[in-house]
Design a protein around this ligand. Structure first.
Ligand code: ZN
Ligand code: FE
Ligand code: FE
Length: 164
């Protein structure tokens, strides 16, 4: 077993999601402001608060592996967030806007779920139980955020878009 390879992958992927979380933290307030229903505004604002905690947790994990907290450009999240920007530009004040914002936000959540799922598994394999636990807390919150967005889509946003 190549422990060194996995440790390096773990560290590089941690940098990827650290960059991503900080970009997400900057993007969520605008998405929340742009949303048309209070329900979606609140869901996105609440997830911005959680995202701040996710960043702090990642800083803890960096500390646990004896590395300084450092991001590395993640083109995937840059791309997903610019798709979100595009939707907000294109749909301005149209009734379909919220459904579009949700679709963009869920793409982001799914990216995070992929990253945290992998990082948690790798932490376990590397015997970093405390790190795995912290990563799992965030993973669960990303799943909850995704579920919440589905609920908002089902309750209001998709119907608004359909009837417009
Ligand atoms: Zn997050
Ligand atoms: Fe990435
Ligand atoms: Fe998230």
């Amino acid at each position: 077993m190549n422990q060194k390879g996995l440790e390096k992958l773990f560290h590089e992927t941690l940098k990827d999601i650290y960059y991503a979380e900080r970009k997400i933290l900057k993007a969520l307030p605008k998405m929340s402001r742009s949303a048309q229903t209070d329900e979606l505004k609140t869901a996105l604002a609440a997830h911005a608060d959680e995202t701040q905690v996710h960043i702090e947790r990642l800083q803890e994990v960096f500390e646990m592996i004896g590395k300084r907290a450092q991001g590395k450009t993640c083109e995937a999240i840059d791309g997903l967030l610019s798709e979100g920007e595009e939707i907000m530009d294109e749909f301005g004040k149209e009734p379909a806007l919220d459904a579009g914002i949700i679709s963009a936000a869920q793409a982001v959540e799914h990216y995070e779920i992929a990253r945290y799922g992998t990082l948690k598994r790798w932490a376990e394999m590397l015997g970093k139980k405390d790190a795995a636990k912290i990563l799992d807390q965030t993973l669960k919150e990303e799943f909850q955020a995704d579920t919440k967005l589905t609920k908002v889509a089902d309750a209001t946003a998709n119907d608004l878009a359909l009837r417009a």
